[in-house]
Design a protein around this ligand. Structure first.
Ligand code: TEU
Ligand code: CA
Length: 556
């Protein structure tokens, strides 16, 4: 694969609402991000992905956009935004926006006009269909629960929404809609942003017959993904989007792509793919419930590790995937991927090591670098996320007790990762002087940036070293462009792999088990590049790895 400018980058995801508030309204803002640019630079970040900052009624936290050309009032002004792009640039960093074009908000002018006249010009910007015998056109369940078809009062029309009813799907079949989208994308790129993370993009192609399927639940509905999976021809849309916008700007693009076959990978993110990269969700899907959170299976360490090994090996040299352990839709990695006994600082460093040193592009979600964890809420009302409320009620319907349903939320709620960033030990963790829009995790006195900046052994200090190692002149060829191979596969509790490139080899070892692992190393150790529990215990070829211990070795 030919080398591209974005391949050696480290991306940091900011959830603006929860990052840093500067005016005391309890909501993070662009000025807050500006204030923290130096912090990000010091961490080693190159690209900053902002979850949506456009004007929005925030039914789905900004993933429901009512004006693509405005900054949400809550977050500041367009001047703040331009300043952010300029200040990031000064520091050698780029801003990546969230591109949400599968749907917009029901408050968007287009949709308002469409509602007023479903048969008029704007009706064709969306999917309006007539009901069948007084019922919805088909039996899809939206991602956030309930029918994906919403009746239009006073008519026999319904409109389609894959997500909430306040998020009507845009009709990509309409060339006028596509033009408007390209125009908007180019407008942002012309401002000098580095690129886009592309939201829920696999949903833009529908099966226009909108067929019903056998129900997969007692509600008589079936997941809307059924229809999306059998829709054909998304490539024409995505290729056009790339050619008209991303490609001429040499933009960095990362697709949020679920449900795409292995055979399509190169088409999506290969040499001339639709996007530069996409998230590797293979390890995340393992803990997805079949019907919802209430039946989400617990993580099995070996399955998780082997899925990553497999994905890394299969894509070698063909595509550059993006690796994450958490994002704004998922629980905290430290609470999800670490076994109970490893939920401590050493464990968090170990998890960071096996994620950041994989082949592909490392994404770090705000707070991951200090080991932020899931947050326990006492009452359902403390959750803000619509998806969480839906899943809670689904769990009750399936026979869970309220306590069990709350427990499922604690494990899986999207709000786990959306609690305010923990900057220091003062009130509200230094996030706001006012009342935070979402509860601050009670562990902020123990886990916060200020405390960790003072401590050379902190998680934060470790992440800085880890990122610096990956990016260093000496090791870049190995960690960024080098090959991946699993190692010591017979060791059940070990996450172990080799990276080789630029004439060097590194061995990464991490002990996720409860017992010390004794290894007889096949390689000669040249030097210890990184370790989380002090000098590793070695004697000749023998290496002892204590529980939660991780080491990165140069070997030959
Ligand atoms: O998520 C898309 C997606 O596929 C969702 O089903 C996601 O898995 C969801 O969180 C299920 O719990 C994107 C955004 O990342 C998410 O925040 C938005 O809510 C969604 O699109 C709609 O824009
Ligand atoms: Ca604010």
């Amino acid at each position: 694969m030919e080398r591209k400018w974005w391949q050696d980058k480290i991306v940091y995801q900011i959830y603006p609402k929860s990052f840093q508030d500067t005016n005391g309204d309890g909501i993070g803002d662009l000025r807050g991000i500006l204030d923290r640019l130096d912090y990000l630079k010091e961490l080693g970040v190159d690209l900053i992905w902002l979850s949506p900052v456009y004007q929005s009624p925030f039914v789905d936290q900004g993933y429901d956009i009512s004006d693509y050309y405005r900054i949400a009032e809550e977050f500041g002004t367009m001047e703040d935004f331009d300043l952010l792009v300029a200040e990031a640039k000064k520091r050698g960093m780029g801003i990546v926006m969230d591109l949400v074009v599968n749907h917009c908000s029901d408050r968007h002018e287009w949709f308002q006009k469409a509602l007023a006249d479903p048969e008029g010009e704007y009706g064709d910007y969306f999917y309006f269909r007539k009901g069948r015998d007084g019922r919805a056109p088909s039996n899809y369940r939206s991602y956030f629960g309930g029918s994906a078809w919403e009746p239009v009062p006073g008519t026999d029309y319904y409109y389609f929404h894959a997500f909430a009813k306040e998020q009507p799907d845009l009709n990509w079949e309409n060339p006028v809609v596509r033009e408007k989208i390209y125009e908007m994308v180019n407008w942002w790129l012309d401002k000098g942003i580095a690129g886009f993370r592309i939201d829920a993009i696999i949903n833009i192609k529908k099966d226009l017959n909108f067929p019903s399927f056998p129900p997969d639940g007692p509600d008589g509905l079936c997941q809307v993904t059924k229809m999306v999976e059998q829709a054909r021809g998304i490539g024409a849309f995505l290729g056009e989007l790339r050619d008209r916008t991303f490609a001429p700007h040499h933009a960095f693009t990362v697709g949020e792509v679920f449900n795409v076959g292995e055979d399509k990978l190169e088409e999506f993110v290969g040499e001339n793919g639709y996007f530069c990269t996409m998230f590797d969700f293979a390890p995340h899907i393992l803990t997805q419930g079949e019907h919802g959170w209430y039946d989400a299976p617990a993580l099995e360490f070996d399955k998780w590790r082997d899925t990553i090994y497999q994905s890394q090996t299969a894509h070698q040299g063909k595509v550059f995937l993006s690796n994450i352990i958490e994002n704004h839709d998922e629980p905290r990695g430290a609470s999800r991927y670490l076994p109970e006994h490893a939920r401590n600082e050493a464990g968090v460093k170990m998890l960071g090591t096996v994620s950041v040193l994989l082949a592909g592009i490392p994404f770090i979600y705000q707070g991951q670098e200090i080991g932020m964890t899931n947050c326990r809420m006492e009452r359902l009302e403390e959750y803000d996320d619509l998806d969480t409320r839906n899943q809670y009620h689904l769990a009750l319907e399936k026979g869970c007790t309220p306590a069990e349903a709350m427990e499922a939320c604690y494990r899986n709620s999207r709000d786990n990762a959306r609690t305010p960033m923990q900057w220091d030990g003062s009130r509200n963790a230094g996030f706001t002087d006012g009342t935070p829009w979402l509860k601050v995790n009670e562990n902020y006195r123990a886990i916060n940036v200020a405390a960790q900046e003072q401590d050379p052994d902190s998680v934060l200090a470790y992440y800085r070293k880890l990122i610096a190692l990956r990016k260093s002149e000496a090791w870049k060829e190995t960690f960024v462009y080098g090959d991946f191979a699993p190692a010591y596969e017979e060791e059940e509790d070990l996450f172990a792999f080799k990276r080789s490139g630029g004439g060097k080899r590194a061995l990464i070892l991490a002990n996720f088990g409860k017992e010390t692992v004794e290894l007889n190393l096949e390689e000669k150790v040249e030097q210890v590049l990184l370790a989380n529990l002090g000098t590793p215990h070695r004697e000749g070829t023998r290496l002892l790895l204590r529980p939660c211990e991780t080491v990165v070795l140069q070997v030959s």
